[in-house]
Design a protein around this ligand. Sequence first.
Ligand code: 3PG
Length: 396
Amino acid sequence: KSLANLTDLAGKKVVIRVDFNVPQDKDGTITNDRRIRGALPTIQYVLEKGGSAILISHLGRPTGDAEADKPFRMDRVATRLGELLGKPVQKSDEVVGPISAEKVAALKPGEVLLLENVRFHPDEQNKKHDGTFAKTLASYGDVYVNDAFGTCHRKDVSMLALPEAMKGKPRVVGFLVAKELDILANLLGTPKRPMVGLLGGGKVSDKIGFIKAMLARVDQVLVGGAMTYTFLKAQGIEIGSSRCEADKLDLARELLELGKGKIVLPVDHLIADKVAADATTEVSDGQVPAGKFGLDIGPKTIQLYSDIIAKAGTVVWNGPMGKFEDEPFAKGTKSIGEAMAANQNAVTVVGGGETAEAVEQFGLDSQMTHVSTGGGAFLEYVEGTPFAALDQIDDQ
Ligand code: 3PG
């Protein structure tokens, strides 16, 4: 059931679980607010219908050490949200307790309250919680909305036990979750062929399920990013000092065998003698010489992959092609994004925090069919893992 089904929200306090887990630089400045913008339609709808919004989110992975966890406080998120909404956003400096309870009680229609980082509460990720935390959060609202697509693969209290504790009150998905589920189901359910998967990023071992799911669905998988070197090493190819999961070579061989005829690996590499933004780069064919680091796909690979993308009916991309955050190694990721953007006949789907950020950084996001707000959730969705959090949402 979607929030669109609820029209009578006048005077209602609506608890909305959002995913404001946004990237920040070392000073705590938000470097990308896509996830905050993604939740705006839901928040605005609640306010327009005369409700008030109580927002719950996590930010990062706090450790429990108050000093070390300072960058994970929600203050900057509240400020940014206020700017985007064009109205002040109240913030509680605790998750639950007397301050939050008082702010919730005083909240008027049209007002927004953001609770402190929900992972500051010891029970949010405690599998053995006694239900008290969920009940307290539940007491804050008349309606529960899950608009945290990026967190739908988690079983945290605010995703699962909270809606469970609100049984009897309306529990719906927000517009962002509804849109993501709708688009991904349509795009990936009966894809336009040929379907091409683009796979990059650091570790093969992080994405085993995703790689297997891709191999089962797509016609070709084009590999880039650091995981390239684990695959190359597994075939006995020289990779120099490139990043490699030395203990995952058997796994890489198994995946290569499984993906025979589908997996395409880079044919050349952009290499450097150090991993730094001021490194001097050169192109190396086939392998990476001793002492050098492979940091991006090379020009022949860019051409090869772009030609395949140009003929594709569907392209699903997860994981950058190189260390794109440093200018010298950004070309592969940028060119692949451009190739996707150029094929306007294809359905182009981008998932994963870093990949979505790259596409935005290069100004290509509006030319893609869909840029998902999910990282791990996107991977698990493509793998076909059911989201337990959605079982707690009303069917109708
Ligand atoms: C994400 O960024 O993928 C989500 O916000 C979930 O964060 P987590 O991996 O720390 O649970």
